[in-house]
Ligand binder design. Structure first.
Ligand code: ATR
Length: 275
């Protein structure tokens, strides 16, 4: 049987076990995917236990995604680019760290909103870990430009700097969004603004959104944020955050099992549980 899990602190809220258990069942693969509550001081022992217990792999979530890197035998380019690991694969005791968050997001955006990102101009709101991951993956699609807007302008400039040589990336303050929005094809919210329970909050003034734009929100609780509701009313094409969660898990499962992930079943499992 295949043993899988997710390491985090806290861990009780995670929907990954539900999603992967449904996926394993759909594929007819015997095994289990369990939540593993790992306090920060015990991460090293926990990673060692992957080998001892014969786990095929784990997902790694908050607060361990960066710290876990030092315990890996190998780090895939996907994780080097982001500076964080969310997926560990155990090949006979050799542990490789991957990051499927960014590529999961892009796979979802392409599947659900626009098949081709080449030449597009993308506004990313937020300059934290989530933004870093998706920008790294977006740049592999050859967009014409990425503009990072953030409340704290120093952070967006710094993040843009980190991608130097990988594409045209610039950092601005949120107060400069109005001056840049006319050029943008896609707007992506990577901040937690609008997340349950603060569902009335908006990361961008909706008056800036225009018909035909793609508006994407990484938040999936609520499934449709106020940003997406207002964007749809203005004739934008909208893309929610559930797909990113589903596809980051899909890539992880594919690395562990070598099988195509049953993404429709994984998505439906989460929708059913969010109600
Ligand atoms: P994550 O890993 O989810 O990206 P993070 O690294 O803490 O989390 O980053 C959170 C991002 O959301 C930051 O860009 C943050 O802006 P600051 O850098 O100015 O802190 C942004 N953010 C969080 N709350 C916000 C708010 N109320 N208004 C605007 N931006 C906010």
């Amino acid at each position: 049987d295949i043993l899988l899990g997710v390491m985090g602190d806290p861990i009780a809220h995670t929907k990954s076990p539900l999603m992967h258990t449904a996926a394993l069942k759909a594929l007819g693969i015997p095994g289990a995917y369990v939540p593993l509550h790992i306090a920060p001081g015990h991460l090293g022992e926990a990673i060692e236990a992957i080998r001892t217990l014969g786990f095929r792999g784990v997902n790694v979530t908050i607060p361990h995604k960066v710290a876990v890197m030092e315990y890996m035998d190998r780090i895939d380019d996907s994780a080097v680019a982001v500076g964080a690991v969310n997926t560990v694969v155990n090949d006979d005791g050799i542990l490789t760290g991957y990051n499927t968050d960014g590529i999961g997001y892009v796979r979802s955006l392409k599947a659900e909103a626009t098949p081709d990102l080449a030449g597009s101009r993308i506004l990313v709101i937020g300059a934290g870990g989530a933004a870093r991951g998706i920008i790294a993956a977006l740049l592999l699609e050859h967009p014409a430009a990425v503009v990072i807007a953030n409340r704290t302008v120093e952070k967006s400039k710094q993040l843009a700097e980190a991608f130097q040589g990988k594409g045209t990336v610039n950092g601005i303050g949120n107060d400069e969004i109005a001056a840049h929005i006319a050029d943008m094809d896609i707007v992506i919210n990577t901040t937690s603004v609008g997340m349950y329970p603060h569902i009335d909050a908006m990361p961008i003034d909706p008056a800036l959104l225009r018909e035909g734009m793609i508006v994407s929100d990484l938040i999936y609780n609520p499934l449709q944020t106020r940003l997406l509701t207002e964007s749809r009313q203005r004739g934008c094409r909208i893309h929610g955050g559930l797909g990113m969660f589903v596809y980051q898990g899909a890539y992880s499962l594919e690395y562990w099992t070598g099988r195509s992930a049953p993404v429709d079943i994984m998505r439906q499992t989460i929708i059913d549980c969010l109600g």
